[in-house]
Design a protein around this ligand. Structure first.
Ligand code: FAD
Ligand code: ZN
Length: 473
């Protein structure tokens, strides 16, 4: 053991190998964001270059120690923290944080895996361009973690998720080899697409050390509107209308249920949530316009007028300026925090074909109420992508910890069975991690699951990389 630690120190420098024995508190790396798991690492290793990552993987693999890659540790499915064996090496990528290159004409940038998402957005912005991946954890999650989980967020509707924003990767394999796949090509048909295989593999097939990302022209203006809708059916119809009228300008379409907004109102009254009291759902729309603010405003006004005439919207506000737009987005992004204030809850990040969302919610709400009378549904999410955070909170006054302990399995089974019935996915954003690994045999197509197992076996036969994640052990 000390032999391995010495070798790791030799590779990355003594200052970048942290151990409990040397008196360092490792909780920040060992505990997951939601505090659902607290593991025990043999050591936290912080390499500063791709070559160092490769050397670390080689010595760990040779010594038979598995590796858990970690970026910002904001993942929500317990995928980035060690198990409690005390034998796993926690590989933190945060020192790999350089922007290597921006190619304006090719609309690409190459960044290292440990770059914080917000820093990547800012670097693109300074170059007069847009990197559109955007999520509430952007101040601390890393681009490596975003790609490893194929993160989504609030602009997927227009720009796609992390996979669609990545053109090339640099990856350290389970054998400690480096795959130099940093391509800025939009077209390359020379065989199997390893990039797409690695994206979304949650650290189980390779360690991402850098990526070439796709950039977009910055819109001339972004306008935000908040609309009260009488039902989810109306919200889906409004989405269709907005897509027709705004076309590629529609960059965000979020739905928020009344109970979700009531939690923001209760725990963060200073945010002054608009229009939520008299309506079952509110919708947040974003229009990114390449012409001008006047053009965007005109389009929004026409859209909302038609929607009101058709009974799809009962009331609406359009942000007057950037500050108001930010406030509206802030309300949407505060829902998870308000929910946490209310107490632990059962989180889901499901997707369903948009057309089936109203019937899915109606049926599943009813089934849950029948099973657990008084249960509260915190329903909100990226309706434009068919992706809901259909979260389940204890009945008013109930103890959240007891609720989670006693009802989580039952609630998950009920919700996931419904998702399957409606042709959906049990994870649209957060991934599988450890939390959902045991669910895959039940909800994933058996042939697909067998192929996934064969791929893991081919790429990482010794099980060095993040064992027990994605695939059940
Ligand atoms: P980590 O949590 O460190 O790791 C996540 C997984 O990726 C782990 O399995 C880890 O082993 C692996 N990994 C990390 N880095 C690498 C690497 N370089 N190479 C290989 N594997 C690696 N997700 C969404 O999709 N959409 C959202 O809107 C969204 N909102 C969020 C809001 C909040 C407040 C929070 C806390 C999380 C949210 N998430 C969301 C979850 C999302 O998965 C993460 O925020 C983010 O994508 C993970 O990045 P990270 O650097 O923190 O990765
Ligand atoms: Zn989300």
């Amino acid at each position: 053991m000390t032999h391995l630690i010495d070798r790791l120190r030799g590779i990355v420098g003594a200052a970048h190998v942290l151990t409990r024995e040397q008196g360092t508190d490792l909780s920040a790396w060992e505990q997951d964001w939601r505090k659902r798991a607290h593991g025990r690492a043999l050591a936290v290793v912080r390499p500063g270059s791709t070559d160092e990552v490769a050397a670390v993987v080689k010595v760990c693999a040779a010594a038979g120690h598995s590796i858990v890659p970690q970026g910002g540790n904001t993942g929500l499915v317990v995928g980035s923290v060690p198990d409690d064996s005390g034998t796993q090496v926690l590989l933190s990528l945060t020192r790999l944080n350089r922007v290597r290159d921006i190619d304006r004409a090719n609309l690409t940038m190459t960044v290292e895996a440990g770059c914080v998402l917000q820093a990547v957005q800012e670097a693109a912005d300074r170059a007069g361009l847009l990197f559109p991946l955007s999520l509430a954890a952007e101040g601390s999650c890393t681009i490596g973690g975003n790609l490893a989980t194929n993160a989504g967020g609030t602009q997927v509707l227009r720009y796609g998720n992390a996979r669609e924003l990545c053109l090339g990767l640099e990856v350290v394999t389970a054998q400690g080899e480096v795959w130099h796949g940093l391509s800025g090509l939009r077209k390359d048909n020379t065989g199997y697409d390893l990039r797409d295989l690695l994206i979304g593999s949650e650290g189980t097939l390779g360690i991402i050390t850098a990526a070439t990302l796709k950039l977009h022209p910055r819109p001339a203006c972004q306008l935000t509107a908040w609309a009260a809708v009488p039902s989810l059916d109306a919200a889906v119809a409004l989405l269709g209308l907005a897509q027709g009228r705004l076309a590629a300008g529609l960059t965000g379409f979020e739905a928020m249920g009344q109970f979700a907004l009531s939690l923001v109102d209760r725990h963060m009254p200073q945010l002054r949530v608009p229009l939520w009291q008299q309506t079952p759902f509110c919708v947040l729309l974003e229009n990114s316009d390449s012409e001008s603010e006047a053009h965007a405003r005109g389009q929004f006004e026409q859209l909302l007028e038609s929607a009101m005439e058709n009974g799809l919207v009962t009331d609406a506000v359009v942000a007057e300026n950037l500050q108001q737009a930010r406030q509206l987005w802030h309300i949407r992004e505060s829902i998870p925090l308000a929910q946490a204030e209310e107490g632990l809850n059962i989180k889901h990040d499901i997707s369903i074909p948009v057309s089936r969302i109203p019937v899915f919610c109606e049926q599943t709400d009813t089934l849950l109420q029948r099973e657990i009378p008084g249960v509260r549904l915190v329903n909100f999410g990226h309706l434009g992508d068919g992706n809901l955070h259909y979260n389940v909170q204890a009945p008013e006054g109930g103890d959240p910890a007891t609720f989670l302990r006693e009802q989580e399995e039952r609630v998950n089974t009920l919700v996931f069975d419904q998702v399957q019935r409606h042709g959906g996915s049990i994870s649209a954003e957060h991934g599988v991690g450890s939390l959902k690994a045991a669910k895959l045999p039940h909800y994933k197509d058996p042939v697909a699951l067998a192929l996934m197992q064969q791929i893991k076996q081919a790429l990482d036969p010794r099980g060095t990389l993040n064992p027990g994640r994605v695939l059940p052990p």
